[in-house]
Design a protein around this ligand. Structure first.
Ligand code: ADP
Length: 556
């Protein structure tokens, strides 16, 4: 029997109608490309998004046109987030921190016809614009455009002038919920960037998931600061969740510098924030340097994208801020597991175990563990294998990629290694491509990094595999010490005794002043391997315990 329910389409048109008709008074505070503070209501946002959609229509860009963006977390970017897909066009967010060659590659593969960019990104864009055969219009936001505009092989127009061409409202008619709404490419840390096209339905469902209390938990009483670039997995879906919940939204603009974030937090009083661990660790260092002991009204931070050091969770707890770890990836529309502690957890040890897990899978998604031959392993918190995931906001395929190697019986192979326990908590041990296989056994680099990071002198660390004649691979640790600290490799090895299996303890150590990170703040192990590969061995071998390690190759 068919249900009797209405089959209205989920998606951005519905979200925009709700955002302006019901949550119309909620506010968005943003920092413009020129560094100015702008405040607008959701109703004003919807009007400007309407102007953008209408102006594109008037200029002959029909539904299905791909509109790229190269922009910071600004109100104009948010207007494009809504006006472009809610009118049936497709938004394509380009990572502003990628190399021009990679930006060209993804803009070409997404078939961008219009590109909206912050004026400071125009010069970089102009260097590869000729490689985009479909490009017809470039829209510049901010005032730094004039000098290089002629180098772009098509018409350019100022964003505000384009908006002035459009009427402030359109009807936001429903769109088939399975149509593509936004394209985002993976970061390319493990190969060429691959395109994921989120549907209206997947964006809607994921935003609802974020609003639930077991996830970020947003309501119209909140004020949210996503310290997340809008080009990274739809800003983790947070702007859509904010529009759904009617919570105030603070967009930090182009700069995620810790002092700029602290100033925003003090001035705008967000209650909830999000971002990668590096950003929140930098904020903490800046607070310490300035002797600050409070962060406005902030009560929780959803932190993920990379392993969150337990020390960081403890340090934020001491400020009265609950830092909750989250795990997800471009292919799963970001946050797919969140480490909220359930009420039945009573002991301090269990609380610690929950908080240091990557998270508990959210309702709507399912995870399983698989061995490398494809057999499903028990979800007992012990069996380590590849984490696989499926659900309505997990990608089925990549744009223009024929092979199905990323799937196993319809489950997405995440490339992450770890365990899942009987309560759905995921604990990662490694990324498949970063795993260290020593004498036929895995050494989990994430656990080893955590143990090294627990030494009081260590600021940051990355562990990679290096080739070894006897064991095939051995771990190598690249360490950044805190300023004025002098811990030696033997001291760090001694610190690890009793904390990890003896055979995990690295013989290879290097000290450097910064670990290379990707454009979204993850440890860039591919880059570290490239740099280290050229100068290995930089080793402290087992019979040289007393010797000092060689200086690391420069990691910058
Ligand atoms: P890229 O694939 O380019 O790194 P993504 O942002 O999609 O871009 O990265 C997703 C990956 O980031 C995950 O597969 C996982 O390896 C890592 N990751 C995300 N969250 C966490 C976390 N909380 N702890 C450890 N690793 C994480």
């Amino acid at each position: 029997m068919k249900s009797t329910m209405q089959a209205n389409q989920l998606g951005l048109a519905l979200l925009l109608r709700h955002a302006c008709r019901v949550n119309g008074r909620s506010r968005i505070v943003s920092v413009t490309a020129d560094g100015l503070r702008v405040e607008q209501t959701f109703a004003e946002l919807a009007q400007r998004a309407g102007r953008l959609a209408h102006a594109l229509e008037e200029r002959g860009f029909p539904a299905g046109t791909v509109v790229g963006t190269l922009a910071g977390a600004s109100r104009e970017h948010l207007e494009a987030y809504l006006g472009v897909p809610a009118s049936g066009r497709i938004l394509h967010t380009i990572n502003v921190r990628l190399h021009a060659d990679q930006q060209a590659y993804i803009a070409e593969h997404a078939n961008d016809e219009v590109v909206i960019l912050d004026s400071q990104n125009l010069e970089g864009f102009a260097s590869f614009a000729h490689r985009l055969p479909k490009l017809r219009l470039v829209v510049t936001v901010g005032s730094r455009a004039a000098s290089v505009a002629p180098q772009v092989p098509c018409e350019t127009i100022d964003y505000e002038m384009l908006l002035a061409e459009g009427a402030p409202r359109i009807d936001w008619p429903d769109i088939d919920e399975n149509e593509a709404a936004i394209i985002c490419f993976t970061g390319g840390t493990t190969g060429l960037p691959k395109g994921v096209a989120y549907s209206h339905r997947s964006i809607w469902l994921q935003a609802m998931s974020i609003c639930t209390a077991n996830s970020v938990g947003l309501s119209s009483n909140d004020c949210l600061l996503p310290a997340v670039p809008l080009y990274h997995v739809n800003g983790w879906g947070l702007p859509f969740a904010a529009l759904m919940a009617g919570c105030d939204l603070i967009l930090p603009g182009a700069s995620m510098h810790p002092s700029a974030l602290i100033a925003l937090i003090e001035a705008e009083s967000p209650t909830i924030a999000a971002g990668v661990p590096t950003i929140w660790s930098d904020v903490l260092s800046e607070m310490r340097a300035r002797g600050l002991s409070r962060l406005g009204r902030l009560k929780s931070v959803s932190c993920g994208g990379a392993q969150v050091p337990h020390r960081l969770i403890d340090d934020y707890a001491a400020l009265g801020i609950g830092m909750v770890q989250a795990w997800g990836m471009t292919e799963t529309s970001s946050m797919s597991a969140i480490a909220q502690t359930p009420a039945w957890v009573s002991s301090a040890d269990d609380r610690h175990r929950c908080a240091s897990a990557q998270g508990r899978v959210v309702c709507g998604l399912e995870v399983r563990v698989s061995d490398l031959d494809g057999a499903t392993l028990p979800t007992d918190g012990v069996a380590v294998g590849e984490i696989q995931i499926r659900g309505p906001w997990v990608t089925q395929s990549y744009l223009d990629v024929e092979d199905q190697n990323h799937l196993q019986d319809g489950w997405l192979r995440t490339g992450d290694l770890g365990t899942v326990d009987s309560d759905g908590f995921i604990r990662l041990t490694d990324r498949l491509k970063d795993a260290i296989k020593s004498g036929g056994e895995w050494i989990p680099s994430l656990a080893l990094e955590s143990a090294i990071r627990s030494h009081p002198s260590v600021l940051d660390v990355a562990v990679i595999a290096v080739p070894d004649e006897r064991w095939q691979e051995r771990p190598a640790a690249i360490v950044v010490l805190k300023p004025d600290e002098t811990a030696s490799a033997p001291a760090l090895r001694a610190h690890l005794l009793g904390k990890v299996a003896k055979w995990w303890i690295p013989e290879h150590w290097a000290f450097t002043d910064a670990i290379p990170r990707t454009s979204v703040g993850k440890i860039d192990k591919k880059r570290i391997r490239e740099i280290a590969g050229a100068s290995i061995p930089w080793t402290l071998t087992a019979n040289q315990e007393g010797a000092s390690t060689s200086a690391a190759p420069s990691m910058r």
